[in-house]
Design a protein around this ligand. Structure first.
Ligand code: PMP
Length: 439
C-alpha cells in the first residue's frame, strides 16, 4: 500500500492549504452541495485519507460504503489502466464489449436465488432504482410502488418520491411522481406499538389502502442506510417476500449501500435467506468508479421490449473493468470474512461505550456496517447536538465519521474492508473520547 497506514494530524483541520481551496470551492461550486469533511484530499488508500496539508485521516466512511476494497485497490487500478489504454467508450447499446457481459455474469452468479438471472448496468444507485421500478411496472402491468419510512433510494424525481426524508432531499423539489406509497418501517428502537405486528400492519395497509393487485413492486433496503442503519426484526423481510410472491408483486431489495461484502455477506438479504426478485446494486460494486446494476429473475428482466432500457454511459467499459477488479479483490482478499472481523471489533467497542454513556440509546448494524443512535440521556429523544459535537471532535483528531438517520442523530461506521485492525481500534478510541466529551 503506497499510503502509510497511520493517523497523523499536522495542522488544524482544515489546514491552511485546504482552507484556500475551500474558499475557491465556495466561489465556484454551487452552495447546494454538502461537505462532511472540510479537508482537500490528495491521496488515499487502505484506511487512510491524506489531505493537502499532510494530515492522515482515518476513513470511517469509505466514500459512503463505496471503496469497500480500499481506495485505488491495485486490481482496480490495473484493470482500469489497461481498459483506458485499450478504449474508453463505444456505448454498450451501440457496440458491445466483454467487460459489461462479465460483470453481468458475476452479478447473476453472486446474488441470491437459484434460478436463471439477468442483469442490466447503469451509472448510479438512483438510476438502478428507477430502472428496477420501470422493469417491475412493465412486467406486472401495475403502477403502485411500496416503500418504507426512513428509506433512501436517491435524488432523481422518482427516487425522491421513494425517499422518506424531506430535509435535505426533497424540500422544495416537488411535485413528486404519483403511485408511491410509504409504509411504516419495523424500527426496533423506535417502533410504536408491538413490533411483532409490524408485518401484519404493513400487509393490512397495502391491502386496504392500495390493493395488493395494484402493486408492481415492494422496494426495501435490507438494512436501511441513510435512515440510520435500521435493522428490521427477524421475519419482517421474509414475511414481505412471502406476501409479494403470493400477490404477484416484484420484491426489490435495494442493496446499493449494503451490497458487496459490507454486512459480512455478499448481500445483506442473504442473512435470512431472503431471495429478491430484483436486486439493485451500486456503490461497492466498482471500487469508486460510477457503476450500478439491476439483477434478477430472467423472465422479469427480459419482459421489457428491446431498446426499452439503457443510457449512453451505463456500464461503461472503464467502470466494468473496475468492477471486475473490485469483485476479484473481495474474493481474493476474503473481504466477506474481513467485514465480520471488523464488525465484531466495532460492535464490542460500541457495546462498551453504550454501558458507559447514557446518550447512546442503541447500537446496531451487521458486519462492517455499525451505528450508534444518540439520545438525550434517560430518554429516547433524538440528540443531534451530541452528534455534531462528536463528529467535530473526531475530525479534529483525524478521524472521519459519517452521520445518518431521520432525526440526524445516528453515527454510522463504514470503514473500507481493507482497513488494518490498529487503525480501526484507534478510531474507536477517539470515538469513545468524543462521546465522553459530548455528555
Ligand atoms: N439506495 C440506497 C440504499 C442508497 O444508500 C443510495 C445512496 N446513498 C442510493 C440508493 C442512491 O445511490 P446514488 O447516490 O448512487 O444515486
Amino acid at each position: 500500500m503506497n499510503v502509510p497506514q497511520q493517523r497523523k494530524v499536522v495542522t488544524e483541520i482544515p489546514g491552511p492549504k485546504s482552507q484556500e481551496i475551500i474558499k475557491r470551492r465556495s466561489e465556484a461550486v454551487s452552495a447546494s452541495l454538502g461537505m462532511a469533511l472540510p479537508a482537500v484530499i490528495t491521496n488515499a488508500g487502505g484506511g487512510i485519507l491524506v489531505d493537502i496539508d499532510g494530515n492522515q485521516i482515518i476513513d470511517m466512511g469509505a466514500g459512503i460504503a463505496v471503496v469497500n476494497v480500499g481506495n485505488s485497490a491495485p486490481s482496480v487500478v490495473k484493470r482500469v489502466q489497461d481498459q483506458v489504454a485499450a478504449f474508453t467508450h463505444t456505448c454498450f447499446m451501440i457496440a458491445p464489449y466483454e467487460g459489461y457481459i462479465e460483470v453481468c455474469e458475476k452479478l447473476n452468479a453472486l446474488t441470491p436465488g437459484n434460478f436463471k438471472k439477468k442483469s442490466a448496468l447503469f451509472n448510479s444507485g438512483a438510476e438502478a432504482l428507477e430502472n428496477a421500478v420501470k422493469i417491475a411496472r412493465h412486467y406486472t402491468k401495475r403502477q403502485a410502488v411500496v416503500v418504507f419510512e426512513h428509506g433512501y433510494h436517491g435524488r432523481t424525481n422518482l427516487t425522491m418520491a421513494m425517499t422518506a426524508k424531506n430535509m435535505p432531499y426533497k424540500e422544495g423539489f416537488g411535485p413528486f411522481t404519483p403511485e408511491v406509497y410509504r409504509m411504516p418501517m419495523a424500527y426496533p428502537f423506535r417502533h410504536e406499538g408491538n413490533i411483532e405486528h409490524a408485518l401484519e400492519e404493513v400487509i393490512h395497509k397495502i391491502e386496504k389502502e392500495i390493493g395488493a393487485e395494484n402493486v408492481a413492486a415492494i422496494v426495501i433496503e435490507p438494512i436501511q442506510g441513510e435512515g440510520g442503519f435500521v435493522v428490521p426484526p427477524k421475519g419482517f423481510l421474509p414475511g414481505l417476500v412471502e406476501f409479494a410472491n403470493k400477490n404477484g408483486i416484484v420484491f426489490v431489495a435495494d442493496e446499493v449501500q449494503t451490497g458487496f461484502a459490507r454486512t459480512g455477506q455478499w448481500f445483506a438479504c442473504e442473512d435470512e435467506g431472503v431471495v429478491p426478485d430484483l436486486i439493485t446494486t451500486a456503490k461497492g460494486i466498482a471500487g469508486g468508479l460510477p457503476l450500478a446494476g439491476v439483477t434478477g429473475r430472467a423472465e422479469i428482466m427480459d419482459s421489457v421490449h428491446a431498446g426499452g432500457l439503457g443510457g449512453t454511459y451505463g456500464g461503461s467499459p472503464i467502470a466494468c473493468a473496475a468492477a471486475l477488479g473490485a469483485i476479484a479483490t473481495i474474493e481474493e482478499e476474503k473481504l466477506v470474512d474481513r467485514a465480520n472481523q471488523l464488525g465484531s471489533i466495532m460492535r464490542s467497542s460500541l457495546d462498551e461505550m453504550k454501558k458507559k454513556y447514557p446518550i447512546i440509546g442503541d447500537v446496531r448494524g451487521r458486519g462492517a456496517m455499525q451505528a450508534i443512535e444518540l439520545v438525550q440521556a434517560g430518554s429516547d429523544e433524538p440528540n443531534s447536538t451530541a452528534l455534531t459535537s462528536i463528529v467535530k471532535y473526531c475530525q479534529q483528531k483525524g478521524v472521519l465519521i459519517l452521520s445518518a438517520g431521520t432525526y440526524g442523530n445516528v453515527i454510522r461506521l463504514l470503514p473500507p474492508l481493507v482497513m488494518p485492525d490498529h487503525l480501526l481500534k484507534e478510531a474507536l478510541v477517539i470515538l469513545d473520547e468524543a462521546v465522553a466529551q459530548a455528555q
